[in-house]
Design a protein around this ligand. Sequence first.
Ligand SMILES: [Zn+2]
Length: 253
Amino acid sequence: MDETTHSFDLKNQAQLWLGPAEHLADMAEQYLQKQFCKKKGCATCITCQKIRQRQHHAIVWLSPEKGYTLEQLDIIFETITLTVEEGQQFFFVLQKADCLTPATGNRLLKSIEEPPPGYYFLLLAHQYDAVLPTIRSRCAIRSLYTKSNSTIHADLMRFFTATHDHDPSEFLKTVDTSKINEQESLTLLDQILEYWLEQSIQLTTQQKSADQAQYKVKILINALLAPPMPGSSKLFWKNLFIQVVNPKSSSGK
Ligand SMILES: [Zn+2]
């Protein structure tokens, strides 16, 4: 499904994110922290804390019991009649957007198609096919599931998916000789993320491994929200290696 890959425009006012619910919620929190925190998501300031506690004044989280009801969406329509101050942002996060019924979905269409300035919609859903086509067509779509059938930069990938520690110098050599660019970096990041998402689900019987996989997913999602700038791919991967693969390696384990 080509339309689900790399149409991720973080500036689009209506976005549909696809993936396992708990990771999407995590990703939304990290993303919102980047938007509102003065330090671009320090995770510790009062703003970041309020976002994590779902108490930030400019973010409304919606989550349906079973399906969305029309009344539940009233807060959206009441809120967007108010003008957002210039330079400010207001977010609606609709969790389980696959639970939007045709009636509730239709009521939303106009708002997500042309949100008033300053208003943003983040729709989170488990599966592409379960979301109403009318909703899908109005959103920029980002999927945590890659649909790539061929692996790119497998030489780099193996460092990030191995369960044993790699020699950092071997990794650095591989990065330095690699010709990876920003676009390929995003694809590779997707592949690694998908690997660890699967691991974190499969490993739930082995708590310690599952925790490690969850931890890696968290870091990878964060990286996805701050992708490499032009010309900085190698530095990007070196930093990511330290965080994901060898958190303790700087002390020379
Ligand atoms: Zn902060």
